[in-house]
Design a protein around this ligand. Structure first.
Ligand SMILES: [Zn+2]
Ligand SMILES: [Zn+2]
Length: 233
């Protein structure tokens, strides 16, 4: 049973509650980032297995402030409707991925799976937006290429009440450990993803911990030095 799997990373340490669990058939990393004092959390990419996500939120006594979709691929958005319904938290997504989200039956047919329930998007994200919850503030980076409306969230070390040991980047499917997102699906563009990665992500500090949409964590420094897709582009 998928729901018995141990979370890939489940830590309450150094001023931050951070839980990442791979969900669904395509094992999309769903991430919960919570403030241990105010118990407010952000949920990124609840692609599936909402019962399990709710159970983790309950276990850590977290209230969801917002649900962020890094992009509208089916494996990242399948649980949005149900999680919004159960938590009352708003759904945030970039405008340029609304057509993909609203035309979900196209992706479902492509994969040969049932079309997940679609819900309203409450807030449209754009480059430079600040997302605040608890004592955290992350900024939105519009990083098109994998999809037109792909976004990454950058959480700096912070200042004041809570300082985390290293900045963090929630990268969706734009950057992976040793790879980059595919660009052969709807609205994908190799030129755009290359610009997004070099122009924005590679401007971040080397010690930034990257949380990709699939697979293991990495850092900006590690990818800058070893990612074969970045060295030759
Ligand atoms: Zn994707
Ligand atoms: Zn994905």
């Amino acid at each position: 049973m998928m729901s018995d799997a141990v979370p890939a990373f489940d830590a309450v340490s150094q001023g931050l509650i951070h839980i990442t669990i791979p969900v669904g058939m395509l094992q999309c990393n769903c991430t919960i980032i919570g403030d241990p004092i105010t118990r407010e959390a952000l949920v990124v990419d609840p692609g599936d297995e909402v019962t399990r996500i709710l159970e983790l939120l309950g276990r850590h006594r977290l209230t969801v402030k917002a649900i962020v979709s890094t992009h509208a691929h089916i494996d990242h958005v399948g649980g949005l409707s149900k999680l919004r319904q159960y938590t009352g938290a708003p759904i945030l997504m970039h405008r340029d991925d609304l057509p993909l989200y609203q035309g979900m039956e196209v992706q479902a047919a492509f994969l040969g799976v049932a079309t997940p329930e679609i819900t309203d998007v409450d807030q449209l994200l754009k480059e430079g937006d600040a997302l605040r919850w608890g004592s955290f503030e992350a900024s939105v980076m519009h990083t098109p290429g994998h999809t037109p409306g792909s976004v990454c969230l950058y959480l700096p070390k912070g200042s004041g009440e809570i300082v985390i040991p290293a900045p963090r980047l929630f990268a969706g499917d734009t950057l992976f450990a040793g790879s980059i997102g595919r660009t052969d699906l709807w609205g994908g563009s190799m030129d755009q993803i290359t610009d997004s990665i070099h122009g924005k992500l590679m401007q971040l500090p080397d010690d930034t911990i990257v949380h990709p949409g699939h697979g293991p964590l990495t850092t900006i420094g590690q990818e800058r030095n070893t990612n074969p897709f970045l060295i030759h582009t």
